[in-house]
Design a protein around this ligand. Structure first.
Ligand SMILES: [Zn+2]
Ligand SMILES: [Zn+2]
Length: 277
């Protein structure tokens, strides 16, 4: 249970029973997202408007109980659920932009053994898993969906150069997705244990932004002076150099919690914003 910044406690709670339209899931895998870390440090007025509350928001598991009126799922189904669901009624939702929903429902509780999913989430954002997909991988669905949408909106294609600024989990997902589209990926990060571990994975060239070198110049050198076709800012910092590394008529995607603060969020596109110039 989260009682406020810096105060996360292990507590015994009753296993929830599903109300009408709800599902109860046993959590098989839960992830710790950067947002969880930030929330633990300083709270989160949108995702966690009041405390104490159950905590954690990226998870996959197995349905253990089904409320009346739920026809799509049964006990024993393995599923992944988003941690939010748009209302489908507000002007933004009706305009086809659920990421700007004015009444987004948030669900927390990934760190528990069981979680009850409310009807709106069950209707819109619970997805069955293939038997071959382990829960530990399926739990990546929410951050992976943000990265997928960014790569799709940036129209990444084979042969392009994609520069990703930031080598946190989302930056890496973005880089790996671009590489899976056969783009040439350049990851810009800062030296340290994470940088050292990741650079051996082989999906990208790596540039150390903490060195004395000129990163923007290095990107331009590597692209015949033209710059990258696509740059992605996954740093959360306003002046990371992504725009200056981008050639004209190219795409720059912002995929960070800083962008999320400027643009409201959605179930599957939270924190992602793309611009074209
Ligand atoms: Zn997250
Ligand atoms: Zn809405």
């Amino acid at each position: 249970m989260f009682h406020g910044p810096g105060d996360l406690r292990r507590e015994d709670l009753p296993v929830p029973a599903p109300a009408q339209g709800e599902l109860v899931m046993r959590i098989d895998a839960a992830l710790t997202c950067g947002t969880d870390v930030k929330t633990l440090r300083r709270g989160h007025p949108v995702m966690i408007p009041k405390v104490p509350t159950v905590f954690g928001h990226e998870f996959a598991g197995t349905v253990t109980a089904v409320g009346t009126g739920v026809a799509e799922f049964r006990e024993g189904d393995r599923v992944v659920a988003a941690n939010s669901a748009p209302c489908a009624r507000c002007p933004s939702c009706r305009a086809g932009r659920p990421n700007l929903c004015e009444d987004l429902l948030f669900v927390n509780g990934a760190y528990g053994e069981f979680i009850a999913l409310p009807p709106r989430l069950v209707e819109r954002n619970v997805v069955p898993l293939a038997p071959s997909l382990p829960a530990e991988r399926a739990a990546f669905a929410e951050p992976l969906a943000c990265a997928l949408l960014a790569i799709e909106r940036a129209r990444v294609e084979a042969g392009q150069t994609v520069v990703v600024f930031g080598h946190g989990p989302l930056g890496c997902l973005l880089g790996m997705l671009a590489a899976s589209r056969k783009a040439r990926v350049v990851m810009v990060g800062k030296a340290g244990w994470r940088f050292d571990r990741l650079k051996h994975l082989g999906f990208a060239q790596w540039l150390d932004a903490s060195g004395a070198g000129d990163v923007v110049g290095a990107v331009r050198d590597a692209t015949g002076g033209r710059g990258a076709e696509v740059t992605v800012d996954a740093t959360g910092r306003p002046r990371c150099g992504s725009k200056r590394s981008t050639r004209s008529a190219a795409a720059a995607a912002c995929c960070s919690s800083a962008a999320a603060r400027r643009a409201p969020r959605s179930a599957w596109t939270r924190g992602e914003r793309t611009t074209r110039s």
